[in-house]
Write a protein that binds this ligand. Structure first.
Ligand code: SF4
Length: 304
């Protein structure tokens, strides 16, 4: 897990700071094992204090201390005000990162017609349209809805991602299709209750973790699962990961579940959460309050 150095770097110093860090690693980084010859291992063995001290020495000046911790998942859902009077930016939810070329072209047209002729992509696989005038917002929302993008939809529409396993030789199955299947099941079972919870789901097709499954509230990682003496696509289930004030990786609570059981396990977890959560408790805190064994029982529908 990366850690902040808690120092302020002015934009004019950014390049110099990056250069100094790279040179520190070049000159003093670990070289004994090829697998350990990584910047992250140097940071881990030095710690934040030593790294800051060496960085400041190389820069030839002290850096001002500055603490800023991200809140929540950091994604800006739906319509958000810009600092320019009368303008907003709209984060369009691309559930599971699935976007056809026809939709891409239509979104590009909407960006040109209603705002700035550019789009921005987010690390949750969503897309941002900028400089939308207040008077155009409702028409834009209508057009987006007609394309299947609801900017007033369930919050998890913005925070559900899946890797590109359908195009990747390492993927054991189509993670995007599987993710949509899970979401469909959750929405049909829990409906409006999903509006009030902070739910992030990430599905990676293999251990490389391109969908960052260990940083999601509910993460799935593709593995081979045994079935009837044969190997079929399956998933490891991770719960309770996230960033914000106390970043943590999700814990593996079930391994090698069959791919077609994934939606049932996720549904079981949410069902246990709705039934046993404390007042105001987030899914992440709920997972943190229970042991791996308890969460495993919940996922398999054997809890309580
Ligand atoms: S997580 Fe694995 S299967 Fe998915 S895109 Fe990355 S490397 Fe490919």
């Amino acid at each position: 897990m990366a850690e902040p150095l808690d120092v302020l770097v002015e934009p004019t110093d950014a390049l110099e700071v990056a250069r100094c860090l790279i040179e520190l690693y070049r000159d003093q980084g670990p070289r004994t094992h090829k697998a350990k010859a990584r910047f992250k291992f140097m940071v881990e063995s030095w710690g934040r204090e030593k790294l800051t001290e060496y960085l400041e020495e190389k820069l030839g000046k002290k850096l001002e201390s500055f603490k800023l911790r991200p809140r929540g998942h950091g994604e800006h859902l739906g319509v958000n005000r810009q600092k320019q009077e009368g303008k907003s930016y709209v984060t369009v939810p691309i559930l599971g990162g699935i976007l056809s070329n026809a939709s891409m072209l239509r979104l590009a047209e909407l960006a040109e017609r209603y705002g700035r002729p550019e789009v921005r992509f987010t690390c949750f696989q969503n897309l941002i349209l900028l400089d939308i005038e207040d008077r155009e917002l409702s028409q834009l929302k209508k057009e987006l809805r007609s394309l299947g993008f609801d900017v007033e939809g369930y919050p998890h529409s913005w925070t559900t991602i899946a890797c590109a396993a359908n195009f990747c030789p390492k993927g054991l199955e189509n993670t995007k299709k599987r993710t949509l299947e899970i979401i469909k099941q959750l929405e049909s079972r829990f409906g409006e209750r999903l509006r009030s919870i902070d739910l992030s789901i990430a599905t990676s097709g293999c251990v490389s973790g391109c969908a960052r499954h260990v940083l999601a509230g509910i993460g799935l990682q593709g593995v081979a699962a045994a079935k009837g003496g044969r190997f079929t696509p399956g998933y490891n289930l991770y719960l309770g990961g996230g960033l914000a004030y106390t970043p943590s990786f999700g814990r593996a609570v079930a391994v090698a579940i069959h791919a077609d059981q994934a939606k049932e396990c996720v549904e079981n977890i949410l069902s246990a959460y709705f039934e046993h959560r404390n007042e105001g408790e987030s899914l992440r805190d709920f997972c943190g309050r229970h042991s791996v064994d308890q969460l495993s029982s919940m996922a398999l529908g054997k809890f309580g």
